[in-house]
Write a protein that binds this ligand. Structure first.
Ligand SMILES: Nc1ncnc2c1ncn2[C@@H]1O[C@H](COP(=O)(O)OP(=O)(O)OP(=O)(O)O)[C@@H](O)[C@H]1O
Ligand SMILES: [Mg+2]
Length: 254
């Protein structure tokens, strides 16, 4: 299992790049992929062209309502495993699960533990696990992002987004969450980066891993609410990403 996680400031293109990354893995490496929507606002499924099913957050709620006794005398763990399999969407191309947001106060620890459990148990069945995170750095501070092979920090060409990537990177180092490699992806780039942005990248102790151009095809699909998945590999952004991924994760199609 190789875990690839996406993080960064809000609206920089995390979910879009998660779809392109999943598409590349599918086309060029292996169809054994679990795509995880770890953003409570959950739109990875839609961008992948799926109609998302039950979220893990909803499953957690259901467990609470069954607190007096689980159906068929199941243990909590058995019920959870059963429900997670229900929430798992299986397609010929990849599998998908959405974490959702648990209702009510004080649920986060539980939801976080569930995400970890899912990674530890379900993830083992796949060659690749792709995790689209919510904006910001909470997924690092809550340690739901941990034991990751590649963390892609997405930024647009603005100083604020680069600084957010820098904070994510530093926090990941401080908390030693087990990230093997971190990569800064500059997204929606038109022309040379402004000097201030270049300085912000250097100040954050980062280096640009790749520069994805502004791609009208992607933004127009989003405007009309169409999934990116079907035509993803025809996009200019995909072409650029594919070249760097090929070097980063050499291998042959399985
Ligand atoms: N390379 C690109 N070219 C053009 N538009 C892009 C590109 N990447 C992302 N976008 C557009 O930017 C917007 C935000 O993208 P996306 O939803 O992927 O960001 P996000 O970081 O996941 O946002 P959030 O923080 O809300 O989860 C969308 O309209 C998307 O189509
Ligand atoms: Mg998103």
């Amino acid at each position: 299992m190789r875990v690839l996680a996406i993080s960064g400031k809000g609206g920089t293109g995390k979910t879009t790049l998660a779809v392109l990354l999943t598409r590349w893995l599918h086309d060029e490496r292996s169809k054994s992929i679990l795509a995880v929507d770890a953003d409570p606002a959950a739109n990875l499924g839609e961008m992948l062209g799926l109609t998302p099913g039950e979220t893990v957050g909803a499953i957690r709620e259901e467990m609470r309502t069954h607190a007096a006794g689980l159906p068929g005398g199941m243990t909590k763990q058995q019920f959870l495993e059963y429900k997670i399999r229900t929430g798992l969407l299986e397609s010929p191309d990849f599998d998908f699960i959405a974490m959702g947001r648990p209702e009510g106060p004080g649920c986060y620890c539980y939801a976080n533990n569930l995400l970890r459990d899912i990674m530890d148990t379900l993830g083992k069945n796949y060659t690749y696990v792709v995790i689209d995170n919510e904006a910001g750095m909470e997924h690092i501070s809550r340690r739901t992002t941990r034991d990751v092979d590649h963390l892609f920090m997405v930024s647009n060409p603005t100083v604020t987004a680069v600084r957010t990537a820098g904070k994510i990177s530093r926090l990941a180092d401080e908390l030693a969450v087990g990230i093997k490699e971190k990569h800064l992806i500059m997204n929606r780039v038109c022309g040379p980066l402004p000097e201030q942005v270049k300085t912000a990248i250097a100040d954050a102790g980062l280096a640009e891993f790749c520069s994805i151009p502004e791609d009208d095809m992607l933004s127009s699909l989003d405007r009309t609410g169409e999934p990116i998945w079907p035509a993803a590999s025809e996009s200019m952004a995909y072409g650029v990403l594919a070249r760097v991924l090929d070097e980063l994760m050499p291998g042959r199609k399985a």
